[in-house]
Design a protein around this ligand. Sequence first.
Ligand code: ZN
Length: 325
Amino acid sequence: MPISRRTFLTGAIATTFALTSTRHLLAQTAPRAMPRNAGIYRFKLGNFNLISISDGTLSAPAAIFAGNATPEELNRVLQQGFQGEQLTVDCNVLLVDTGRDKVLIDTGSGLLNAATAGKLIENLQQVQIKPSDITAVILTHAHGDHVGGLNGKSGLNFPNARYFIAKQEWDFWTATAVDLPNFGGPAEMKQQAIKIAQTQLGLIRDRVTKIEVNQEFLPGFTAIPAYGHTPGHVAIRIASGNAVMVHTADTVHTHTINLWNPSWQPIFDADREMAAATRQTVLAKIAGDRTLMFAYHFPYPGIGHLRSRDRGGFDWQPVNWQFES
Ligand SMILES: [Zn+2]
């Protein structure tokens, strides 16, 4: 997901200013604030207790998710999906309480997209979980909307956690010279993505465990190679007892454009051909196995199943909202 530093900085500054200048007034006169919509959603997987935590939303032109589609093709799909030319994309952070560990998968945007996202810490507080309670953080890849929340204004947000990332992803971004020759977006966006990855991964250099794919690295957690979006991007298979769920991270970004047309290529994928092939393979297995899926960028809470369509692609079947886990 691309990030405009200018946009988020402007938003952050404006928000800070508004809070500072009106705090005194609010304390005296404001009625109690209206409760917001839900940012936490509890569910179970075997013996594990899970929470989908909203980090907020990002906004992006639909066209960047379908670089190789014609405007006519894209418009037809947007109309079918009741979507406009600008998409709102959720960021769903998964917390898994295994009984032994409190595991966070990705960390949201943190301060990088403070206008509409970066709400993970705030929403954790709603479930009385302190950032210091988190014992493991798994990073699916090093884009800003996934690693931006590693730190806050006063250092690492999760001071007691061990950090896990695929060896291939870590080695790519931390190499002396990093380039993305197949990146389809503007050069400025590319340089920004590289800088954010290097800065954020640098924060956990001394605490990171580089994991091998297709091997259980924590009880119940296995990384599945899903390369292409970034060179070492992984999905995470979570298993407890007989229950299984696959967290697909950024294998697929939208429940319409990219799910109906897995061959349509987001311009910001590091290797767009590889990412498209990965998308088809990973999603076809999830659909064929009827596995529960967690999707980082699908509409909150991002939990559901995939159904293969006769004409190609997949349909998203979200789970029914459960009021008790
Ligand atoms: Zn993302």
